[in-house]
Write a protein that binds this ligand. Structure first.
Ligand code: SF4
Ligand code: SF4
Length: 334
């Protein structure tokens, strides 16, 4: 991994302190009465890790890259801090149920500010990061598409810009939606997509929005692996939870595909999953992914190369299910 030069070290030092201040604010939430904390099975928040910034690890922060994504990163830090402070300021809110009409209004507003899809689910404490806490355990999971053309150029500065641009845009939209809900009298706490308070991909899977691919990213019918995820936690107790297993077939599809395993440049995607202490399964070997990620503008090759990023979800599902029927008929004949 290349070491940052002197000026890059100064820039990294400044970013490190800003991110650390944001994360310290997040950590302070565990001290607040009635906030919901993590469980023994919760993961630690490992990315982005400010302790590693000044060593040049974790984030591709060369001057060239900082000049491209700097404004989005600055805005993300500002909006990440704002989301915490706003929830603290509003405290307990009176309304805890919503009418169909009011929910439709919230969904319409979300759409008007660029949120592409929403799912609703209850948050298991095992999805809350260690040393973090949330105000309510009803989640509105938010998805925003990333630009197809820029992602198709991965790894490139265009792709890198799009990823951070989407983190920032979704963070701003989540804060706006949260403020809209608070104005209507509901309790709401936004969680920024860059890191956040909970592990988003399994939360989005639980909300029935898609399924996790072998590359660890959420795959949805609308955008394949091309989206960022965020959430709003709310006291609305009668949300129409969207939990379903409709996308579970993707797990079987991945087992017959393995394209991302073949095309990941540093071979960081493993066929056999790694089981973390938290019992969470992943196919990503971070010790191989991160150095390549840092040296190659955030990489994203697995995102670009995922079959779902270039093929229609329903066509893939149709042919996968047809082949499954053929295979089972063949095994009966054999
Ligand atoms: S980001 Fe790049 S290095 Fe990391 S898993 Fe994906 S393809 Fe591999
Ligand atoms: S490339 Fe294939 S194996 Fe990898 S996540 Fe996408 S569908 Fe699954």
């Amino acid at each position: 991994m290349p070491k940052p030069n002197f000026l890059e070290k100064i820039a990294l030092f400044a970013i490190k302190h800003k991110v650390q201040a944001w994360f310290n604010l997040e950590k302070s939430l565990v001290q607040i009465d009635n906030y919901i904390v993590s469980s023994d099975l919760s993961p630690a928040k490992t990315w982005p890790n400010p302790d590693k910034f000044t060593q040049g690890g974790e984030i591709p922060f060369s001057f060239e890259n900082i000049s491209v994504i700097g404004k989005y990163l600055k805005s993300s830090i500002k909006n990440g801090e704002y989301s915490i402070k706003s929830a603290l300021k509003h405290g307990i809110m009176p309304k805890t149920t919503i009418t169909d009409e009011a929910l439709e209004d919230i969904k319409e507003y979300a759409k008007s500010i660029g949120i592409d899809k929403i799912g609703f689910t209850k948050i298991p404490t095992k999805f809350i990061f260690k040393e973090r806490a949330i105000q309510y355990d009803n989640a509105m999971v938010l998805i925003m598409e990333m630009d197809k053309e820029s992602i198709s150029k991965a790894p490139s500065i265009d792709t890198f810009r799009t990823v951070f641009q989407t983190y920032d845009a979704l963070g701003i939209a989540a804060n706006k939606l949260c403020a809209y809900m608070q104005e209507k009298g509901f309790g709401a706490q936004a969680s920024h997509p860059l890191g956040g308070l909970v592990l988003y991909p399994p939360l989005a899977q639980k909300a029935g929005l898609g399924w996790l691919g072998k590359h660890g990213l959420l795959i949805t019918p609308e955008f394949g692996a091309r989206q960022r995820i965020s959430a709003i936690f709310t006291n609305i107790s009668n949300l129409p939870f969207t939990d379903n297993m409709d996308h579970e077939w993707i797990g079987g599809f991945c087992d017959s595909c393995n394209k991302c395993i073949r095309t990941c440049p540093p071979h960081a995607i493993l066929d056999k999953p790694i089981i973390h202490e938290s019992l969470r399964k992943t196919h990503i070997d971070r010790s191989k992914c991160l150095p390549y990620f840092v040296e190659n503008k955030g990489c994203s090759v697995c995102l670009k190369d995922c079959v779902f990023s270039s093929h229609n979800y329903y066509k893939l599902k149709g042919s996968f299910e047809k082949n499954k029927v053929l295979d089972s008929n063949m095994s009966i004949i054999a």
